[in-house]
Design a protein around this ligand. Structure first.
Ligand SMILES: Cc1cc2nc3c(=O)[nH]c(=O)nc-3n(C[C@H](O)[C@H](O)[C@H](O)COP(=O)(O)O)c2cc1C
Length: 134
């Protein structure tokens, strides 16, 4: 837990800096400046799916694995959430070393796993945007 809290603290600062640099948009980032906010929502488990080479297909493989894990966790009554805001921090050399991620390996898909506080309810779906029927 202490380790995840430290990763979260690094992630918050990095994510805010990168979002402002890339999008020049600080809106929606308020939570990230709150000392009590944990990007992992105090979940006890973080799974980091990593790639040894970061081509398009390897990255896609990681996300497919992530989806499979999330569905398997759901079937076991567990809650999950992808935490994209932690990706940059998880690729810092010192955190990779602490987490046992080899230097040449890239952290791609972080997923928290825990017991959901409010039960497993489904959320509303957006309608798909169909570009063309052929
Ligand atoms: C690539 C990716 C990165 C995400 N990163 C975060 C994150 O850093 N923090 C967070 O609370 N949720 C994150 N999410 C979860 C989304 O905010 C949202 O809860 C999730 O996609 C489910 O949406 P739905 O309820 O509309 O199905 C991420 C989702 C994706 C697909």
């Amino acid at each position: 837990m202490d380790l995840l809290k430290r990763v979260s603290d690094r992630a918050k600062a990095l994510f805010v800096a990168e979002t402002v640099r890339l999008h020049n948009r600080p809106e929606g980032l308020n939570a990230f400046s709150q000392p009590g906010f944990n990007v992992f929502y105090d979940a006890g488990t973080l799974i980091v799916i990593c790639a040894e080479n970061v081509g398009h297909f390897e990255v896609a493989d990681c996300w497919l694995a992530a989806e499979n894990m999330m569905l398997a966790a759901h079937a076991m009554g567990l809650g999950t959430c992808v935490i994209g805001s932690a990706v940059s921090a998880l690729n810092l050399p010192e955190l990779k070393s602490e987490l046992g991620i080899p230097p040449e390996t890239t952290a791609v898909a972080p997923i928290i796993v825990g017991s959901p506080r409010g039960g497993l309810t489904s959320s509303a779906r957006k309608s798909p945007q169909i570009l063309k029927w052929c």
